[in-house]
Design a protein around this ligand. Structure first.
Ligand SMILES: NC(=O)c1ccc[n+]([C@@H]2O[C@H](COP(=O)([O-])OP(=O)(O)OC[C@H]3O[C@@H](n4cnc5c(N)ncnc54)[C@H](OP(=O)(O)O)[C@@H]3O)[C@@H](O)[C@H]2O)c1
Length: 282
């Protein structure tokens, strides 16, 4: 049985579908029963919080493999420590963790937090596979409100290009790592297949939803102030601002073809992702 954390999120929801389609026994966890009520009846559900030891014990019991989506901003990595410890106690044979490509960035809090979680897994002795994706296509869901209300996207990354990855492709790689041999002890750098600037992404999305969208260039500091005002934690915003600056100055451009190599199919295009999520923007 494969225990999937984050099963209601962007990656986890795709992963559950892929694993069920492969005929795997799957267990998920969510704090909200309603968010998992639509799942295939064969999927086992544990309802509760990953900080609750009895819930995590119940969820990991009998698991052969665990898909770990980190609880990123968490005091002393409490939930992830618990998951790793209970995974070890349950005798599971592998943890596949969604980490981040930011582990490579010196002094970046997002990178440091992910690396600390990787170290906890390494120290536990449970065999591991780490996924190191760059920015997700689903980050553009954050544009939805301004697109709907003002037909605008506010962009701190200038014309810097990235190769955003679809959560579907991260899930595809995770499914391969969880269900085939040869992935233990490996860390995979993952990107999408196209290098696109934010204005280019906005143009694609505009075509898909059939309305003009203005891509408004704003300084990194202004975007950071707005993000803090919207309620995002300041340390998160500081690390995001560092990433935006790196993209803006093209210091954070990287591309890999690991999705195609590992899944055997081309990475999803941004246009396909936009078509599949069109309803969020109209
Ligand atoms: N966005 C990026 O560009 C990027 C880049 C590199 C790496 N990453 C990594 O990817 C992660 C985001 O992945 P995603 O977009 O698939 O996630 P997401 O859509 O934000 O979903 C978060 C999931 O975590 C679960 N969760 C959170 N706290 C929980 C708790 N206390 N107990 C139980 N479940 C809990 C939620 O479950 P319920 O709400 O159902 O309980 C939900 O399923 C980031 O945190 C980061 O680690 C992101």
């Amino acid at each position: 049985m494969i225990f999937v954390t984050g099963a209601t999120g962007n990656i986890g929801s795709e992963l559950v579908k892929l694993l069920v389609a492969k005929g795997e026994a799957v267990r998920v966890i969510s704090r909200d029963e309603k968010k998992v009520s639509h799942l295939d009846p064969a999927v086992e559900r544990v309802i509760g919080d990953r900080h609750d030891p009895s819930i995590v014990r119940k969820a990991t019991q009998g698991a052969d493999k665990v898909f770990m989506l980190a609880v990123l901003f968490d005091k002393n990595h409490e939930a992830d420590r618990l998951l790793i410890e209970e995974t070890k106690q349950a005798g599971a044979g592998q943890i596949v963790m969604v980490s981040s490509n930011a582990v490579r960035l010196e002094g970046n809090l997002i990178g440091r937090l992910h690396r600390e979680k990787e170290e906890l897994i390494e120290q536990s002795g449970v065999p591991w596979t780490f996924l190191h994706p760059g920015g997700f296509m689903s980050n553009s869901l954050q544009w939805a409100e301004a697109i709907k209300s003002q037909s605008k996207v506010f962009n701190p990354m200038g014309k810097g290009k990235t190769a955003p990855i679809s959560p579907f492709d991260i899930a595809g790689v995770a499914a391969v790592a969880l269900t085939s041999a040869g992935h233990v002890g490996k860390a995979y750098d993952l990107t999408g297949g196209e290098s696109l600037s934010t204005p280019e992404q906005v143009e694609i999305l505009s075509k898909v939803i059939g309305k003009p969208i203005e891509c408004v260039d704003i300084p990194v500091e202004v975007a950071a102030e707005r993000a803090i005002a919207s309620g995002l934690p300041e340390p998160l915003v500081k690390s995001l601002a560092q990433l935006w600056e790196q993209v803006r100055t093209e210091a954070y451009t990287f591309y890999t073809d690991e999705v195609e190599r590992l899944t055997g199919r081309q990475a999803q295009t941004f246009e396909t992702w936009c078509r599949e999520h069109r309803s969020a923007f109209v």
